[in-house]
Design a binder for this molecule. Structure first.
Ligand code: UGA
Ligand code: MN
Length: 326
């Protein structure tokens, strides 16, 4: 694979250099000899063609650089991520893709909360340079948040994560596929170090999450290498008082327990417990990030952009150009 890449690079360098030399010759041709207008026209066309090819080569080179490295000896990280249509969606996905591109053996399972896969996400994924699976499922009507509802009223991304789990169970093999499953929000912030940590997960691993639960951080409290309780203001007595971003599960455990999934009809704050209770007990958890003392993921929430002027233009019959994707 490495040899193939360097061969590709060598070819690219050869192409770029020979194209450059040709271009230089053509551009300087006029200085050395007199040409007829017909010849000039042909030269111009050729120059334009060369520029076009040069640009294509440059783009190909950029794409090659973008491809994340793979290492067959490492388990794959399967990141199941619900996502839904809104103004900031493409910006969030771009931000995250530019993190995930740095992670080895990463498989992005993006699940849209929609009746069908949207054009925006489809074309975004096709050019993001990351290995991915694109799925969709619409949250049932009764469980959808209304525009005016506070966001804690109903759990979000539940059916999407379950569809992601179902995909793993249908497509991966307990004996041959080695991996770690992580449930990511499309608006969080992830340190690259987090993925190095979670790759070690043998059962279920846990770590702190920053900017969550109305606090600077929440975290599992570790004594003598074991998780003994939860540092959280709200309901620390929950079986797993931990945010979705604060744990990862070994793929084997997911495949061995086909009944384990997230519960849609769950009390507020018990979504994470609804899955984990099927898989593990508190004393079996593997504390990571220096015994749960380092924050490597932040529960950031992006501000909803105001669209006052956009809406005024719509009312005036002069909406912005819908062909421009934002
Ligand atoms: C927090 C946790 O970070 C979530 O992982 C957890 O699902 C949620 O609590 C919960 O209790 O349900 P928060 O950051 O407030 O959630 O939630 P969002 O980021 O708004 O939503 C979580 C994920 O679901 C996101 O990836 C989002 O794009 C997706 N989502 C949200 C949908 O698929 N559909 C929606 O209608 C809303
Ligand atoms: Mn979120």
């Amino acid at each position: 694979m490495a040899r193939l890449l360097s061969l590709k690079k060598l070819l690219l360098v050869y192409f770029v250099m020979s194209t450059g030399a040709l271009l230089w010759l053509i551009l300087n041709f006029g200085l050395f000899c007199h040409t007829s207008s017909k010849e000039e026209e042909t030269l111009l066309t050729k120059t334009r063609e060369l520029r076009h090819w040069e640009e294509r080569l440059r783009r190909r080179e950029r794409d090659l650089q973008k491809k994340p490295q793979q290492d067959a000896s490492l388990p794959t990280i399967y990141a199941i991520m619900p996502t839904h249509t809104r103004h900031v969606q493409k910006a969030e996905l771009t931000r995250l893709a530019q993190t995930f591109l740095h992670v080895k053996n990463f498989h992005w399972i993006l699940v849209e909360d929609s009746h069908s896969r949207t054009d925006l996400v489809t074309s975004f994924l096709a050019s993001c340079g990351i290995k991915y699976t694109h799925l969709n499922i619409k949250t049932p009507e009764d469980y959808q948040l209304k525009e005016t509802d506070p966001n804690w009223l109903k759990p979000r991304g539940v059916e999407q994560r379950n569809v992601g789990l179902q995909w793993l169970r249908e497509h991966l093999d307990e004996d041959s596929d080695k991996g770690v499953v992580y449930f990511a929000d499309d608006d969080n912030t992830y340190s690259l170090q987090l993925f190095d940590e979670m790759r070690q997960t043998r059962g279920v691993s846990v770590w702190p999450v920053g900017l969550v639960g109305g606090m600077r951080f929440e975290r599992p409290v570790v004594e003598h290498g074991r998780v003994v309780r939860w540092y959280t203001y709200w309901r620390p007595e929950r079986p797993f008082a931990i945010d979705m971003a604060g744990f990862a599960v070994n793929l084997q455990l997911i495949l061995e327990n086909p009944q384990a999934k997230f519960e849609l009809r769950v009390r507020r704050g018990y979504l994470e417990s609804s899955l984990l209770e099927h898989l593990i007990t508190m004393d079996e958890l593997e504390p990571l990030a220096d015994n749960c003392t380092k924050v490597l993921v932040w529960h950031t929430r992006t501000e909803k952009p105001k669209m006052k002027q956009e809406n005024q233009l719509i009312q005036l019959g002069r909406p912005s150009d819908p062909r421009i994707e934002v």
